[in-house]
Design a protein around this ligand. Sequence first.
Ligand SMILES: NC(=O)c1ccc[n+]([C@@H]2O[C@H](COP(=O)([O-])OP(=O)(O)OC[C@H]3O[C@@H](n4cnc5c(N)ncnc54)[C@H](OP(=O)(O)O)[C@@H]3O)[C@@H](O)[C@H]2O)c1
Length: 360
Amino acid sequence: MERTRFGTTDLYVSDIGFGCARLGGLFQSADKPGMVRTLREALAAGVTFYDTSDMYTQGESEQVLGEAFHGVRDQVVLASKFGYCLPAQRQLLSRVKPLVKPLVQRLGLRREHLPSAIRGSLAQNFSPGYVVHAVEQSLRRLKTDHLDLCQLHSPPAEVLAQGDFLAPLQLLQRQGKIRYYGVSCERTSDADVCLRLVGISSLQLRMSLLDQSALPDAVKQAAARGVAMIARECFAGGLLAKPAEAQDLDAVLPDDAEREAKRHEISAVHAIAKRGGRSLPELARAPTWQTRCACARPPRCRMASGKPLPRCARARCLSSRHTGIACPNPPLFAVNGLGSGSRCGVASPHDKYRQESLRA
Ligand SMILES: NC(=O)c1ccc[n+]([C@@H]2O[C@H](COP(=O)([O-])OP(=O)(O)OC[C@H]3O[C@@H](n4cnc5c(N)ncnc54)[C@H](OP(=O)(O)O)[C@@H]3O)[C@@H](O)[C@H]2O)c1
């Protein structure tokens, strides 16, 4: 697995990150020892970057990470997020989860089956006092004394504009409880204001073959400022990974015209995958720009010098369901990609020749 410098920080991370949002969910079939095993297999395969949040699976995602990596803390880069507050219903759910989960599995229930009254609605809090409290709770669950990266979890534009969270983050940094901070944006349009925040080290954005909105500006500006990019939802929430019959497009896109347009986009990407001799999930794991290079515009895959870029390492797979992907060319931009749960994504690193290739 290739390692790459994370922006201008002194962290080095694997090109492939592990997205931990689905780790420990009520609807996931894996039990705790299975999840711990998967995480350790990921580390053994060379994955060192793990992205979680204090609200993922009511805190269980962080707990499982803590259990898996306690004792090998120095080998992993832990990125978490804060800002969402769990409603009382979900806090209660987390307490009864061990009892309810077997039943959910037996009945084959899925998230959509849960009435919204039981799920409750999520509130957000980015106030200075809450930042400190949330980070300390994350450290406890992760069984560590520091977070490598502390991210704001989908903050609204007004919160970003006010920047009240900066002082407590800098205090936590001075205390050694967090090493770096960044933002995980809900909207690409927030990238610009995030990139102007004092001391920001990373920006996490949605990036997939179906959503390339970050490519024209955000990725370039982040690279120019030395801010690391984290590409998330590379499988477009499953649309680029699951077979058509397993996709519930009606639930995601109730509007007929939008749904039809999305089907069109997906089949266009299918056609690109076919031309490149890859499956769609394989193609989706490669960052968009790399995909373009591999399948559509090979001449762009050159260094500023005009030489072809070297082959990148074969991505290792995290479970038997996955096959590796040999990237024909390293990606052009500085991005780390996140796979979901036990899936892998492919990321492109921040290093000099890739910056050169971007300018080329
Ligand atoms: N606001 C934020 O900060 C934010 C928001 C979203 C995500 N994230 C980060 O990004 C990570 C990834 O996001 P995500 O999981 O929502 O999106 P994703 O990776 O785009 O999609 C996950 C979906 O793809 C399916 N899938 C993946 N590989 C597959 C394969 N080979 N075959 C069949 N299906 C496959 C998964 O199926 P299964 O359900 O069967 O596993 C799941 O439904 C998260 O873990 C988190 O770290 C951050």
